[in-house]
Write a protein that binds this ligand. Structure first.
Ligand SMILES: Cc1ncc(COP(=O)(O)O)c(C=O)c1O
Length: 381
C-alpha cells in the first residue's frame, strides 16, 4: 500500500484546481501589483479578485481582509496590532491556543501587558463562567481559537463574542483549523479579528489572511509600502492569494460532503480498533459533541507517543503527536496537559487527521497496523 498521510491538521495537499490557478498566474502574469503600468494593474486585479472572492465567502467586506504570510502572521498581527494601538492593559486567552498566540502573548507580557490563560475542561472546552471571572476593568482583548488543532474541540465563539461586545472588549479568533469545516459568516459573528491560513484547506503554504472588522484598531507590524491599506507592507503574493481564493471556494462548496466523509473515516477507524484491540485499550481525547470531524486524537495507554509514531512511520503511516511545532520534540503537548488528562493518556496520545485523498480502506489498514504495533509493544512492555 502506498504511504498513508493522516496529518492534514499539520498541512494539506494542494488541490489540483488550486495548483492550476497558481500555475497560470506564475507562468503568465508578471509585474508588481503596486506598479501603475498595465502589468501592475492586471496584477492588482488578481489580488483584488482574490480578496473579493474570499470576503464574499466569509461574509465580510473586501476592505476588512488583510493578506498575510499565513496563520502565524495573522495571529501576531491581530494580537500585537490590537495591543500596540494602546498602552498596557489586560488580555484574556486560553491555555490551549496555538503557539502563534501563546508565544505572542508571552512577548506582550514582557512588554508589560498582563495576560490571563483560561483553563479548559477535560474535553478541551473553555467555560464562559471562567471567562467572566477573568474580566478586569482594563481587559481590552480576548483571543480564543475557534477549533483546536490537536484535539479538534470547538469553542463557544458566538457566546464569547457576545460577552466581549457587551463589555466593549475586542475579540480575536484563530480560525485556522475551523476554516473549511465550520461555516463562518463574519457579517453576523461578533468578532473583531479572525486569523486564517490557506494550507489547511488544500491551498498553498505561506499565505493567510486576517479579517479586521471595520473600525477595529490595528497597529501594523511591518513597515514599508502601503499595501493592504497600510496594514501589511510588502509585495503581494499573487499566485498565493489566487490559490487561497480557489481553495476557499472549493472548501465552501464541498464542506457538507467533506464533513460527512471525514466522520465516516473516523468511524471506520474506531470500529476497526474496537474489533482489533478493543474499546478499553484506547481513549479518545476531545469533545464528542463540539469537535471537528477530521481530527481524532487517541491515547493508547501503555505505548508511548514517540514509539507509536515511529512504528507507524515505519509502516508508511504519517500521524502526529499534536501540533507540528512540538512533534519534533518529545514534550507533552500543552493542550493535553491543560485538559488535565491522566499521565498514561498524556504520554500515549496520537493525532490522526484526515482529508483529501484518504479512503476507508486506508483507515482499515491503519487500524490493522495499530493493532499489530500495540500488541507487539504491549507484550514486550
Ligand atoms: C490553530 C492554528 N493556528 C495557527 C497556525 C499557524 O498557521 P501557519 O502554519 O499558516 O503559520 C496553525 C498551524 O498549525 C494552527 O493549527
Amino acid at each position: 500500500m502506498k504511504p498513508i498521510y493522516l496529518d492534514h491538521a499539520a498541512s494539506t495537499p494542494v488541490h489540483l484546481e488550486v495548483a492550476e490557478v497558481m500555475m497560470k498566474i506564475m507562468t503568465e502574469q508578471l509585474g508588481n501589483a503596486s506598479s501603475v503600468h498595465a502589468f501592475g494593474r492586471s496584477a492588482k486585479k488578481i489580488i483584488n479578485g482574490a480578496r473579493d472572492a474570499i470576503s464574499s465567502y466569509l461574509g465580510c467586506s473586501p476592505d476588512e481582509w488583510v493578506f498575510t504570510g499565513g496563520g502565524t502572521e495573522s495571529d501576531n498581527l491581530a494580537l500585537f496590532g490590537a495591543a500596540h494601538s494602546r498602552k498596557g492593559g489586560h488580555i484574556i486567552t486560553t491555555a490551549i491556543e496555538h503557539h502563534a498566540v501563546l508565544h505572542a502573548c508571552e512577548e506582550l507580557e514582557k512588554e508589560g501587558y498582563s495576560i490571563t490563560y483560561l483553563p479548559v475542561d477535560q474535553t478541551g472546552r473553555v467555560a464562559l463562567k471562567d471567562l467572566e471571572a477573568a474580566l478586569r476593568d482594563d481587559t481590552f482583548l480576548i483571543s480564543v481559537m475557534f477549533a483546536n488543532n490537536e484535539v479538534g474541540t470547538v469553542q463557544p465563539i458566538e457566546e464569547i463574542g457576545r460577552l466581549a461586545r457587551e463589555k466593549g472588549i475586542l475579540f480575536h479568533v484563530d480560525a485556522v483549523q475551523a476554516l473549511g469545516s465550520i461555516p463562518i459568516s463574519l457579517s453576523s459573528l461578533p468578532v473583531d479579528y479572525m486569523s486564517f491560513t490557506a494550507h489547511k484547506i488544500n491551498g498553498p503554504q505561506g499565505i493567510g489572511g486576517l479579517y479586521v472588522r471595520r473600525g477595529a484598531p490595528l497597529h501594523p507590524r511591518l513597515y514599508g509600502g502601503s499595501q493592504e491599506r497600510g496594514r501589511r507592507a510588502g509585495t503581494e503574493n499573487l499566485a498565493g492569494a489566487a490559490g487561497f481564493a480557489k481553495a476557499v471556494e472549493l472548501a465552501a462548496k464541498g464542506r457538507a460532503v467533506r464533513n460527512e466523509e471525514s466522520l465516516a473515516l473516523r468511524n471506520r477507524l474506531l470500529e476497526r480498533l474496537d474489533q482489533g484491540i478493543g474499546q478499553d485499550s484506547y481513549k479518545i481525547n476531545g469533545n464528542a459533541e463540539h469537535g471537528l470531524t477530521h481530527i481524532t486524537n487517541i491515547s493508547f495507554p501503555g505505548v508511548r507517543t514517540d514509539v507509536m509514531l515511529m512504528n507507524l512511520d515505519m509502516e508508511g503511516i504519517a500521524a502526529s503527536s499534536g501540533s507540528a511545532c512540538t512533534s519534533g520534540s518529545l514534550e507533552i503537548s500543552h493542550v493535553l496537559r491543560a485538559m488535565n488528562l491522566a499521565d498514561d493518556q498524556l504520554s500515549s496520545a496520537i493525532r490522526f487527521s484526515t482529508g483529501l485523498g484518504n479512503t476507508s480502506e486506508e483507515m482499515e489498514h491503519v487500524a490493522r497496523k495499530i493493532e499489530t504495533i500495540f500488541n507487539r509493544l504491549r507484550i514486550k512492555g
